[in-house]
Design a protein around this ligand. Structure first.
Ligand SMILES: Cc1cc2nc3c(=O)[nH]c(=O)nc-3n(C[C@H](O)[C@H](O)[C@H](O)COP(=O)(O)O)c2cc1C
Length: 325
């Protein structure tokens, strides 16, 4: 069994964390990951105030294992954070702070409540900023990943962050969907992996079946980094672009962002409607290049079991066997 410092830190069996993906990391998926020995993280972008506490209660009804709650710092609202602290998750997983935000004050409030702090960083300076503010675990996120990412590739950003924040444990994120990715993350110095896209193609994820099938069908070559989603939603992410599938609606607006800004309300409404009905051409589908590694929709528990077994076998047999003399 693979056991790292982060397993002890979070009280979990396997060094696999479910990314706190916006509206996708719902209680059912969080509980499934935690029950399987990983660390589920609740996404909160679709939740406000008391809804966060209600979601945490649903998780607790489905599992007695540790779980976390994700917050996008640039959109942080004090009432939401108070609700999160009141339900005492094992960790708060932060990402995407504005430059002016005082990370230490957020981290201290969590620590005072006995809650660990995770922070996802797409650059070395951002990782160092979070480490200096007292984060317990840093997630080094590479641009292969789905959703909002930075510009550095996982292969490069992970070892750079590991060196920059040592001895704080680091998780690798971005492009990891199987045991090969987890074994590579450990080789790069990470203590585990944070995984998003792979968990979207599960029965527990709340996505329309067509979106899950689009991930299965994708060969991973069809994604693009864009701000189209954010221009339509009106949310300004500090320093991020989003990795999405390059489908018909993205083709329609790419290079015509000025026109999108002009028609924002109408476009945003149309995107929402397309999402509701599972229209894969006209909705925005956020997923990573690792869609090319995903060939079926399967339960979160099965994904975790397969990943950890594969990683263990690679380390035990292939890597160990490659050393001579
Ligand atoms: C649909 C989707 C929504 C996401 N929403 C969030 C979010 O709300 N908060 C967050 O910290 N990260 C979010 N992420 C990014 C993940 O935390 C993670 O960095 C990424 O999924 C890792 O790459 P992978 O998708 O290749 O596993 C999202 C990712 C996806 C695919």
């Amino acid at each position: 069994m693979i056991h790292t410092r982060m397993c002890d830190l979070l009280g979990i069996r396997h060094p696999i964390v479910l990314a706190g993906m916006g509206a996708a990391a719902v209680p059912k998926l969080v509980a499934a990951v935690s029950n399987a020995g990983g660390f589920g993280t609740l996404g909160t972008t679709a939740l406000r105030g008391e809804q966060i506490a209600a979601a945490a209660r649903m998780i607790r009804e489905a599992t007695d294992r540790p779980f976390g709650i994700n917050h996008l710092l640039f959109r942080m609202n004090d009432e939401d954070y108070a609700q999160t602290l009141s339900v005492r998750p094992s960790a708060v997983a932060f990402a995407w702070a504005n430059k002016e935000q005082d990370l230490r004050s957020y981290f201290n409030r969590a620590h005072e409540a006995g809650i660990k702090v995770m922070y996802m960083a797409p650059t070395v300076p951002e990782a160092v900023r979070a480490a200096s503010a007292g984060a317990d675990l840093i997630i080094a996120q590479g641009s292969e990943g789905g959703g909002h990412v930075g510009w550095m590739a996982t292969m490069v950003i992970v070892p750079m962050v590991v060196s920059a924040v040592a001895p704080i444990p680091v998780l690798a994120a971005g492009g990891i969907a199987d045991g090969r990715g987890v074994a590579a993350a450990l080789a790069l110095g990470a203590d585990g992996a944070l995984i998003g896209t792979r968990f979207l193609a599960t029965p527990e994820a709340p996505l329309h079946a067509n979106f899950k099938q689009a991930i299965v069908d994708s060969d991973g070559h069809d994604t693009v980094l864009t701000e189209i989603n954010d221009l339509a939603s009106g949310h300004i992410w500090p320093g991020a672009v989003a990795r999405v599938q390059r489908n018909a609606v993205i083709e329609r607006w790419i290079g015509r962002e000025w026109a999108l800004r002009q028609n924002r309300v109408e476009v945003s409404k149309a995107l929402g409607e397309a999402r509701q009905v599972g229209d894969v051409n006209n909705a925005i589908l956020m997923f990573g290049q690792d869609a090319g590694l995903i060939d079926s929709v399967k339960p979160a528990a099965e994904i975790i079991q397969t990943i950890v077994l594969e990683a263990e076998t690679i380390i035990r047999e292939r890597l160990h066997g490659a050393v001579r003399g």
